[in-house]
Structures are given as structure tokens and as C-alpha cells.
Design a protein around this ligand. Structure first.
Ligand SMILES: [Zn+2]
Length: 340
């Protein structure tokens, strides 16, 4: 059973209200930051005090004038100000996690820390290369001419045009430059290829970004191009963090919780059910295009209703599962989770 660490936070999440700042542990606070995404009312920013009294923020949240004012208010409540912020750590490049980074960096001179792979992806996306040529992808996926207009980009792409890039790159296993703390980088590719979790080894807290959320399935392959199969990456990353079952999970949305391994197992099973669906569709039509296969799968919004970004994402997901199966990478994961 999922065990929320705070019933107040759990209740706020289910009522869609913004919870008050909370001190998780000595010198570690959690701030809820409003966001405009449907169904997800806020992200969670974490402020960590170091031994010199400086602050380090993990995932400052969505950029807006209101959130900028809210951050200053939250910092005042803990007796701090933006000028105390020495570093900004982003678990991944999505604007609901690092959008505010630019303003904070400009105001405080804080360094932005990203995993090396995430910085590469951000640079690529800034050059307009990451998503690839949509028309070409539509052709590869076998999207019929009559449906091409359905995959026209409809999401607010202007907001995604510019991703902040890092002042400091980090790699798996490294300890972040936060004096008096023991914060380790855990590279967890899958949601995006350079996604990372931060593990507080002393306090036994794992900051999971969007890699593991308590009840939401945050999706795979949402960060531009990736060098490897992201279904395989994501499931392997779940195995890595499941080792920290004795840690409190401090996620990027919703509320903190315990019982990480159980949550990882249920997320893996969820994605592997999709793999099985794709395998069945492939058995019935081994030479089918991605479009035809995706059509055979169940989608919560209903296949006919998918368009724009949602449809592109469904097709990309189908393609990732097809590659996952054809490459043979799926076998080990299905075996580990006893799924046949
Ligand atoms: Zn995300």
C-alpha cells in the first residue's frame, strides 16, 4: 500500500488545493508551485539548506509572475531570500520543473545543474532538432494522408521553444556541490533521456522528479531524441531506484510517500501491459505500420479522440514498444516481472 508521508499533503492533492510549505527534514522544505497543466494542479520544489546557510533548489517549477512572487514569499517564510540560492538542480528539462530557473539564476547568480544528457537534449531542442521532422515521422509511422492534419502540432509549442542550459553538468553517481550534505546524482533515463533523481544518502530521501510519482504515470520518452530505447531505459531506471525502498520519496508532483519498490513494480507492470498489447498486435499483423498498430491498442482518451500532441505521443509510444520488442530488450523485463 502507498503510504503518504503527510495526510495534509495527500488531502490537498486530492482536493486540488495548494498545500502550505512543509519542512520534510531539518533544513529541507517542500513548496507547492501552481502549474497550468490539466489535471495536475502543482509541482513540488524542494529547498535544501547547506552547512554555510545557502540554499539549493530542486525543480523550482513553472515560470510565471505569480510563481516568482510565490517563491519569494515561501523563501521569506523560512527566513530566506532569492539571493541565498546558490544552485538550482533540475531533475529534467520540462518547463513545469525548471521554468523558473532563468529568473532565479538572473536574480541570484545561482548555478543551474543538469545531467549531462539532459543538457545535450536541451541544446538540441533549442536548435529545433529534437522532435525531428514531423512530416518525415508521419511517413515512417504510415499516417494516412487523410489523417495527417490530426498530427499537426497543437500544443503550446511557443512555451517550449527555449530550454535553459546548464552552468554545471553532472553524471551518474556524482555528489552534488552542496556543502555539509550528501546528495548523490542517480541517472534515471526514461521520462526524458537525461532525467535524474537526487538521493540524500544521509537523510534517506529520494527526490524523484517525474520518474516516480505516487499515483500518476508520467510517461516515457518526452524529452526529444534519445540514444537508446526509452522503454528499456525507464524500466531499468525503476530497478535502480527500487533499491532505495527504505527512503522517503519526494516526487516532483502530488505528495511524498514510502514503499517505493511497490510503486516501481506497479509502474513497470503498467508499461509492460502496453508491451504485451503491442506484441499481440504485432503477432496479428507483423508488417503493419505504427499507425495501424496504434489503432489496435487501447488509449484512455479513445483512439478516435487523439490529436495533436496526444496523437504524436501515442504513435511515438507505440514505436518505442515495437523497438523494445524487436530489439529483444523486452524479454528480460517481462521475465523479471513474471509477465508472459
Ligand atoms: Zn516531466
Amino acid at each position: 500500500m502507498l503510504q503518504p508521508t503527510s495526510s495534509v499533503r495527500r488531502a490537498a492533492e486530492s482536493q486540488g488545493t495548494l498545500p502550505e510549505p512543509e519542512e520534510l527534514s531539518d533544513g529541507i522544505w517542500s513548496f507547492a508551485v501552481p502549474m497550468d497543466s490539466q489535471g495536475i494542479p502543482f509541482s513540488l520544489c524542494y529547498a535544501i539548506e547547506d552547512s554555510a546557510g545557502n540554499l539549493h533548489l530542486i525543480d523550482p517549477g513553472t515560470d510565471s509572475d505569480e510563481n516568482w512572487a510565490l517563491l519569494q514569499k515561501n523563501l521569506r517564510r523560512i527566513g530566506r531570500s532569492v539571493s541565498d540560492v546558490e544552485s538550482l538542480v533540475a531533475t529534467h528539462l520540462h518547463p513545469d520543473h525548471l521554468g523558473l530557473a532563468q529568473r532565479i539564476r538572473a536574480a541570484s547568480g545561482a548555478r543551474l545543474i543538469l545531467h549531462r544528457e539532459e543538457d545535450r537534449a536541451a541544446c538540441e531542442l533549442n536548435l529545433g532538432l529534437g522532435a525531428g521532422d514531423l512530416a518525415r515521422r508521419a511517413e515512417i509511422w504510415g499516417v494516412p494522408a487523410a489523417h495527417r492534419s490530426r498530427i499537426a502540432h497543437s500544443h503550446n509549442s511557443a512555451k517550449h521553444d527555449s530550454f535553459p542550459t546548464a552552468d554545471l553538468l553532472c553524471d551518474a553517481g556524482e555528489i552534488l556541490p552542496v556543502s555539509g550534505r550528501d546528495l548523490q546524482v542517480i541517472h534515471t533515463p526514461g521520462h526524458t533521456s537525461g532525467h535524474m533523481c537526487v538521493r540524500d544518502r544521509r537523510e534517506r530521501i529520494l527526490f524523484t522528479g517525474d520518474h516516480v510519482l505516487p499515483t500518476i504515470n508520467s510517461g516515457i520518452g518526452l524529452g526529444g531524441s534519445a540514444p537508446t530505447n526509452q522503454v528499456d531505459d525507464y524500466l531499468s531506471s525503476l530497478e535502480i531506484v527500487a533499491e532505495f525502498d527504505d527512503h522517503v520519496v519526494a516526487p516532483g508532483h502530488q505528495f511524498g510517500f514510502r514503499n517505493l519498490k511497490e510503486r516501481c513494480d506497479s509502474l513497470a507492470a503498467h508499461h509492460l501491459q502496453r508491451t504485451i498489447q503491442v506484441r499481440t498486435a504485432l503477432e496479428q499483423a507483423p508488417h503493419a505500420h505504427i499507425w495501424e498498430l496504434a489503432n489496435q491498442l487501447t488509449w484512455s482518451a479513445g483512439w478516435e479522440n487523439l490529436k495533436g500532441f496526444m496523437l504524436i505521443s501515442a504513435l511515438a509510444q507505440t514505436e518505442m514498444h515495437v523497438d523494445f520488442l524487436r530489439s529483444g530488450l523486452a524479454e528480460r523485463h517481462l521475465r523479471v516481472h513474471n509477465i508472459t
